[in-house]
Design a protein around this ligand. Structure first.
Ligand code: GAL
Length: 426
């Protein structure tokens, strides 16, 4: 990856007009292109509906949106396409990106500088530190955060719960008992899509559930060898094995939104997924509290493992910079933050937005995020690139997925995880 990246850098430096981003307000002598190509992975029903808000906003400002959707939840495929496009000297003007990936690209010096817009719009005062850590590089703004999601959630079909007399579980034992009841009644206990990033999304919550916030930090953020090899980590893998027993036989490769649809349609009781799942329930016309409920992975209450979608802007020729600027400005405007995030299932990336228009789950998510931030229990999601750089994340993915697929025993998994992380860190 690093070699490819150096090549990218060399090519990008040859790009004409590689100037610092001028900002939306500035008049330019160069004739402006008024279109912006956006590479993203928001292709599910709920995601596309949310993205529609942004497209309309920009169209209303006379900017043509050139859509480059790359299907694949979590953005794995989108990042592969981005690397090949950038390597051939043809990066899109704007790209959806997560966490440490943003920093990797910033290190190469190929991103536009958003300082002028950030200053004019007062971003510094309203974007929380945990997000700014990935929106800024060397003190300069290089990304515009769209939202904040979190990964330690369970989505549940309320009708199945009512039919089987299942109360919202608060402990791991209650959680397992609920899935036992669903299985006995002929339902699938846990809807899941067997893709590495989805396996890892479940893992985020289970690590917190087993070991609490300190353990999550030690293992998933600090990658402490002793924590990775600990009995607690073996217990995490034991729980993953237990969860595997509630998934159906066809889970391999399934897209996350199809797993959500299994809960929506009443085939499955639960799905463990980030709160973009909420966007799928909304898109299907489902009502929180009536058709579905959401709760934190049992045992992880009080801790939030977050990820924030951000747009980064590649340094492109001057004629394309005005459209980039308007996109950057649009994503952080308070009205857009409400319109978009109420559909997407995420919460605003700025702290001064009212929760009045959010549903009961959205209000709770906003309050929990603020609380976790204040209590020191807000951590970047490993699964979504916010706790460790991509190389380490991918090493973790491999072990988690091999274990879930039965290729690695629970007894060996913690050591395998520690070994893989150590190898990737070299
Ligand atoms: C996450 C992203 C979310 C959602 C999800 C599934 O990485 O942050 O916005 O799109 O992938 O595609």
């Amino acid at each position: 990856m690093k070699k490819t990246i150096m090549l990218v850098l060399a090519l990008a430096l040859l790009l004409p007009g590689m100037m610092l981003f001028a900002g939306g307000e500035q008049e330019s002598a160069v004739e402006q292109d008024n279109s912006v190509e956006v590479l993203h992975w928001w292709t599910s029903g709920g995601e596309a509906a949310a993205l529609g808000v942004l497209k309309e906003d920009l169209n209303g400002q006379g900017i043509e949106w050139i859509d480059s959707p790359i299907a694949g939840g979590g953005g794995t495929e989108a990042m592969t396409v981005l690397r090949s496009r950038a390597t051939s000297g043809n990066p899109p003007a704007a790209v959806q990106m997560l966490g440490f990936d943003i920093i990797d690209w910033a290190e190469l010096g190929v991103l536009a500088d958003l300082n002028e817009i950030a200053e004019a719009e007062g971003w510094d005062a309203v974007v929380p530190e945990a997000i700014k850590r990935f929106s800024k590089y060397n003190g300069n703004w290089i990304a515009a955060p769209v939202n904040v999601h979190s990964t330690n959630w369970v989505w549940a079909n309320k009708k199945i719960m009512d039919e089987l007399g299942i109360e919202q579980p608060t402990t791991w034992d209650e959680y397992i008992a609920a899935m036992d009841a669903a299985k006995a009644a002929g339902y699938i206990g846990l809807a899941h899509g067997g893709q590495a990033w989805q396996d890892a999304t479940i893992f985020d919550g289970v690590v917190v559930s087993v070991g609490g916030p300190e353990f999550y930090k030690a293992a998933m953020v600090d990658t402490d060898d002793a924590a990775l090899r600990s009995d607690k980590m073996t217990e995490v893998f034991a729980r993953m094995e237990t969860l595997r027993g509630y998934m159906d036989d066809n889970f391999s490769g399934r897209d996350w939104n199809l797993a959500t649809a299994m809960v929506i349609e009443g085939q499955a009781l639960f799905q463990m997924m980030g709160d973009w799942a909420k966007g799928e329930f909304f898109n299907a016309g489902k009502v929180p509290g009536e058709d579905f409920v959401a709760f934190r992975t049992p045992g992880s209450q009080g801790t939030v493992t977050f990820n924030s979608d951000q747009f980064v802007f590649f340094a492109v020729e001057e004629s394309k910079q005005k459209a980039q600027g308007l996109l950057a400005q649009a994503v952080l405007s308070p009205s857009f933050q409400i319109a978009f995030n109420t559909i997407k299932g995420s919460v605003p990336s700025r702290t001064d937005v009212s929760d009045a228009e959010f549903t009961i789950i959205g209000k709770a998510a906003m309050a929990e995020l603020a609380e976790a931030n204040a209590n020191g229990t807000l951590f970047g999601s490993m699964a979504h690139g916010h706790s460790v750089p991509a190389a380490i994340k991918n090493a973790m993915y491999d072990v988690i997925t091999a274990h879930l697929n039965g290729q690695l025993s629970t007894a060996d998994a913690a050591d395998a995880l520690a070994d893989a992380v150590a190898a990737a860190a070299q």
